[in-house]
Design a protein around this ligand. Structure first.
Ligand SMILES: Nc1ncnc2c1ncn2[C@@H]1O[C@H](COP(=O)(O)OP(=O)(O)OP(=O)(O)O)[C@@H](O)[C@H]1O
Ligand SMILES: Nc1nc2c(ncn2[C@@H]2O[C@H](COP(=O)(O)OP(=O)(O)O)[C@@H](O)[C@H]2O)c(=O)[nH]1
Ligand SMILES: [Mg+2]
Length: 151
C-alpha cells in the first residue's frame, strides 16, 4: 500500500453514452485521488482482447469484446493511497445486482454485461493495464493538496 499506488480506471462505452464520465471522474477527485492520465479512445477488438486476456476462456468473452469495442471508452490513471483496492471498492461488485448502494455500479448499473466502469484488480494488473493503455507514458506533477490528504 503506498501513496504513489496507481490504478487504471476506465469508463466503458455504456458509461460514456449514458453521460456518466463526469460523475465517475468527480467521485475519484472528491475522494482525494490524483488524476495523472486521461484519454477518450475507441479501442479495437485486438486491444481489448489484450486488456481482458485473463477472461479469454469465458463464455461471455466474445460479447464482452463486442460491447467494449462498440464505442469510445475513457481511460484514466488515478494515484493515491491504496488506489487499486479503494478503486475497486468505489466501483462495487462486478454484478451490479450485488453492488452496494453508494458504489458506482450500485448507483448507476443493473446488468453485469453493462456495468459502466472498469477498475484494475491488483497492483500488478494495474501496472500492465497502464502500459497497455498509455504506452506514451504518464505526466507527473506536484499536487498542492497532498499535505491535507496525508499525515
Ligand atoms: N456473467 C457475466 N455476463 C456478462 N458479462 C459479464 C459477466 N461477468 C462479467 N462480465 C463482464 O465482464 C467484465 C469483466 O469481468 P471481471 O470478472 O473482470 O469483472 P470485473 O473485474 O468486476 O470487471 P472489469 O474487469 O471490467 O473491471 C465485467 O465487468 C462484466 O462487464
Ligand atoms: N456478460 C458477462 N460479462 C461478464 C461476466 N463476468 C464478467 N463480465 C464482464 O467482464 C468484465 C471484466 O470482468 P472481471 O475483470 O472479472 O470483473 P471486474 O474487474 O469487476 O470488471 C466485467 O466488468 C464485465 O463487464 C459474465 O459472467 N457475463
Ligand atoms: Mg476485472
Amino acid at each position: 500500500m503506498s501513496q504513489a499506488e496507481r490504478t487504471y480506471i476506465m469508463v466503458k462505452p455504456d458509461g460514456v453514452q449514458r453521460g456518466l464520465v463526469g460523475e465517475i471522474i468527480a467521485r475519484f477527485e472528491k475522494r482525494g485521488f490524483k488524476l495523472i492520465a486521461l484519454k477518450l479512445v475507441h479501442a479495437t477488438p485486438e486491444h481489448l482482447e489484450k486488456h481482458y486476456a485473463d477472461l479469454a476462456g469465458k463464455g461471455f468473452f466474445a460479447g464482452l469484446i463486442k460491447y467494449m469495442s462498440s464505442g469510445p471508452v475513457v481511460g484514466m490513471v488515478w494515484e493515491g493511497l491504496d488506489a487499486v483496492k479503494t478503486g475497486r471498492a468505489m466501483l462495487g461488485a462486478t454484478n451490479p445486482l450485488a453492488s452496494a448502494i453508494g458504489t458506482i455500479r450500485g448507483d448507476y448499473a443493473l446488468a453485469v454485461g453493462r456495468n459502466i466502469c472498469h477498475g484494475s484488480d491488483t497492483v500488478e494488473n494495474a501496472e500492465k493495464e497502464i502500459k497497455l493503455w498509455f504506452p506514451e507514458g504518464i505526466t507527473q506533477y506536484a499536487s498542492v493538496v497532498e499535505p491535507w490528504l496525508y499525515e
